[in-house]
Design a protein around this ligand. Structure first.
Ligand SMILES: Cc1ncc(COP(=O)(O)O)c(C=O)c1O
Length: 379
């Protein structure tokens, strides 16, 4: 019989993706355009039209193998951030880069530090091959409690320490001074991974520059969020310390990015105006929806998100997050049920994207309707 080499590859916790707009439109009889898809933190404006044109053009070359390191894309990233291209590794989304990092820098039995809750891919990949996730609990209203993170970092000396900034699912932003404190506290053999998937929405420049000061730091970015290219699959890791990047390049599947990804990524990054428009609108809508969700009795928005989503607490004990999720679906609104999508949260929270005004209105109306109790969830 064929044997799986890592026993724990048999774990039964695959990633649970969000539902599609088509499925909800068909199942609940809502016009496709009206379905509010607020569960995957995608860009409601889609990608830059300039990037789309370049992707189409690149499709003429799909009979030709791409350059295996995505050289032109790496050069474009390098130029944008003022680094050498050999300090960058690109992947099919950040997710691929995360998997490479975990495999390259932690072996079976090694520990990997993260907040609980966090982006589930960190612990799913960690556990896949027998590594051990260590969780730092968050504080009231998902405060990051950096001192607690640092205490655990010092005590357990994990091989890898993940930070997400802004954090998911809470959207809370960590100050750069705290990121420095974490890098300072990390032991020589601990790699700090700063995941900046949502950094644009915080309206801060992020902390890629810190990699010049800290040889134990790698920063990750994705094109799935502000760049609107979740379906193209593009992300990268950047570190001034070449010794962090070289093993990732050596381990990655040789042609992990295709012609369209390599060309599209560079074009997307060149269109600052598209990202600026996206961020400006999302920040406006974050304020708008915060106003619209005030005064609910059964729900409370967790304050302080600096991302393109926020958490909603269900304060009424007679309603749980799965019932609320289903009640919203029936009203054409797709969100994330945190009890399914995030470890350690129980049944009291939803994560909801900030999106177009019409979707925020549909969400607010649906919540008000459920709040009134007249239309209790079916279960
Ligand atoms: C915190 C965080 N990091 C990384 C990713 C992965 O993004 P990608 O689409 O680039 O794989 C996500 C996706 O939802 C995320 O929430």
């Amino acid at each position: 019989m064929i044997q799986v080499s890592a026993a724990s590859l048999l774990i039964e916790e695959p990633y649970t993706p969000g539902l599609s707009r088509e499925y909800v439109a068909k199942t609940y009889g809502v016009a496709l355009d009206d379905v509010a898809k607020l569960g995957s933190a995608e860009n409601p404006f889609g990608p830059s039209p300039k990037a789309l044109a370049v992707v189409r053009e690149a499709s003429a070359r799909i009979d030709i193998y791409p350059e295996w390191t995505a050289r032109v894309f790496r050069e474009a990233i390098a130029a944008k951030f003022g680094f050498e291209a050999d300090r960058i590794v690109c992947g099919a989304g950040e997710t691929e880069v995360i998997s490479l990092i975990i495999r390259a820098f932690a072996k079976a039995g090694d520990s990997i530090l993260m907040y609980e809750p966090c982006f589930p891919i960190y612990h799913i990949f960690a556990e896949n091959e027998g590594r051990v996730p260590i969780y730092v609990p968050m504080g009231p209203d998902f405060d990051l409690v950096v001192d607690r993170y640092i205490d655990t970092l010092r005590k357990d000396q994990p091989k890898i320490a993940f930070i997400t900034n802004p954090h998911s699912p809470s959207g809370k932003l960590m100050e750069e001074a705290d990121i420095r404190r974490i890098c300072d506290a990390a032991a020589d053999n601990t790699l700090v991974v700063l995941d900046e998937a949502y950094i644009h929405f915080s309206e801060t420049p992020g902390s890629i520059a810190l990699t010049r000061e800290y040889s134990n730091l790698i920063v990750l970015r994705t094109f799935s969020k502000a760049y609107g290219l979740a379906g193209l699959r593009l992300g990268f890791g950047i570190a001034q310390n070449k010794a962090l990047i070289a093993p990732l390049l050596a381990m990655k599947p040789t042609w992990n990015l295709g012609q369209m990804q390599i060309a599209g990524g560079g074009a997307a990054m060149a269109d600052d105006a598209h990202v600026e428009y996206t961020v400006k609108t999302i920040v406006e809508m974050r304020n708008y929806v915060t106003g619209r969700l005030k005064g609910l009795n059964r729900f409370r928005m967790i304050p302080g998100s600096r991302s393109n989503f926020f958490m909603l607490e269900i304060t009424d004990d007679s309603l749980d997050s799965t019932q609320a999720f289903n009640a919203l679906l029936e009203r054409g609104v797709i969100v994330k049920d945190c009890s399914v999508s995030f470890r350690g949260l129980g049944k009291r929270y939803l994560r909801i994207d900030v999106s177009l005004k019409k979707h925020m209105d549909r969400l607010a109306d649906a919540l008000r309707d459920i709040d009134s109790g007249k239309h209790a969830a079916k279960g």
